[in-house]
Design a protein around this ligand. Structure first.
Ligand SMILES: [Zn+2]
Ligand SMILES: [Zn+2]
Length: 408
């Protein structure tokens, strides 16, 4: 479920509405496109009906994405969509429940009167809770990581009225304050400075309009062939490689390519990867010199398909593909997963690639990856009625799977 946000156009102040995962806003009043360039979690407020200048905002951590758990013999995945309180206050509801679905959220800026409580729980606690899975019993979890669609903070407004702490959304008492007690003891007021960072969607290099869909996390300049992602107060350029199409209406599908430095396992070349995952392939001498890339979908897709595609793509780098830096003007599938939302999944991809799991799974806890470089690669896929097909690599994607991913 994607939440809705109300926001004014950063250019003309006209009213806009966006989905929680949208990054590129097009204003229908002034026609200007603005890009949301924050790099960390976005902060939202659930607006209240009764204004109160003494509102206390309690943080909730909101996660939507897939948790992967590597067990002895298999990889479990679980889609999680939850919001859990980020401060240890016993009277607060554990989760926001349906509140964010019933209303439109706003960006949480310090322009809202009141005090913001500092979050006390870490992302890892939230993920551990999200990963709880009834199908995992008494089994040792060797490795757990996630691919996040959303990792944000939502503030619930609270008021103190007549010795009662009020849920500012439902306007209902959460608890009565016992005489002489300090209900907010142990929490810290945050020196709150977060704000949404909107940039006009213009190429920093040549001033041309940048292209993208509302949910695109990477925008492209068709004039100077460059790619741009969120970088805080300015855009950050990313390296883009494109394998040219051979036909007219092939669709270009984006993949993140990561180079890593591994500890606890030898993984310096593509040949090492083939050995470690014991693929039934005869290792060619040139693979010993070939840099290993972990290759993952740069678009939202269901967990099972994500793992399958990442595994196939990583193994298929043995086929050499021509590539240029010239970005096509049309038929690009949007990049909807930022590189830092998928980086943690690389170990799971290695585990999933292993033909025999007994060799590599027990070693997972000791293995560590550090990303040293990354780039975005667009590959052409042939379209038939139901399928997209990458001829050289022999990789297929069901068209419905691709469309479904946009609605996740
Ligand atoms: Zn406008
Ligand atoms: Zn440009």
């Amino acid at each position: 479920m994607s939440y809705r946000i109300e926001q004014e156009c950063p250019q003309c102040g006209g009213p806009l509405e966006m989905a929680e995962t949208d990054r590129l806003l097009r204003c229908s009043f002034c026609n200007v496109q603005s890009f949301l360039s924050n790099t960390g979690p976005l902060h939202f407020i659930l607006p209240r009906r009764q204004p109160d200048p003494f509102t206390i905002y309690a943080p909730y951590l909101r996660f939507k994405g897939t948790i992967y758990s590597c067990l002895d013999t298999r990889i479990e995945h679980r889609f999680a969509d939850l919001s859990i309180k980020g401060v240890k206050l016993p009277f607060l509801p554990l989760s926001l429940g349906l509140r964010p679905q019933a209303m439109k959220m706003r960006f949480a800026t310090s322009a809202f009167p009141g005090s913001f409580l500092k979050k006390a729980s870490s992302e890892n606690e939230i993920l551990a809770r999200a990963a709880k899975n009834s199908t995992i019993r008494d089994e040792k979890i060797l490795h757990q990581s996630y691919v996040g669609d959303v990792f944000n903070i939502i503030y619930l407004p609270l008021s103190i009225i007549n010795e009662n702490i009020l849920d500012g959304v439902l306007e209902r008492s959460l608890t009565t304050i016992p005489q002489g007690s300090l209900p907010f003891a142990g929490t810290v007021i945050d020196s709150y400075a977060w704000k949404p960072l909107f940039l006009p969607a213009l190429c920093p290099q040549c001033g041309w309009n940048l292209d993208g869909e509302p949910d695109s996390v990477v925008l492209f300049c068709s004039n100077c062939s460059s790619g741009w992602q969120a970088g805080g107060t300015s855009f950050s350029e990313i390296k883009v490689k494109v394998t040219p199409a051979s036909g007219e209406d092939e669709l270009f599908v984006p993949f993140w390519n990561f180079q890593i430095e591994a500890r606890g396992i030898r993984l310096a070349s593509f040949a090492d990867f083939i050995r470690v995952t014991n693929q039934a392939l005869v290792i060619k001498p040139e693979w010993e010199e070939m840099k290993l890339n972990f290759i993952c979908p740069a678009f939202k897709i269901r967990p099972h398909d994500y793992l399958r595609l990442a595994t196939q793509m990583t193994i298929s780098q043995r086929y050499s593909l021509e590539s240029t830096e010239s970005i096509p003007a049309k038929n690009l599938h949007p990049v909807t997963l930022p590189h830092n939302n998928v980086e943690l999944s690389l170990k799971v991809i290695m585990a999933n690639s292993a033909v025999s799991r007994t060799g590599i799974f027990p070693r997972l806890p000791e293995i560590q990856f550090r990303i040293t470089d990354y780039f975005l690669h667009y590959l052409p896929f042939d379209k038939t009625s139901h399928e997209l097909h990458q001829k050289t690599l022999g990789v297929t994607i069901n068209q419905r799977v691709l469309d479904y991913g946009r609605s996740l």
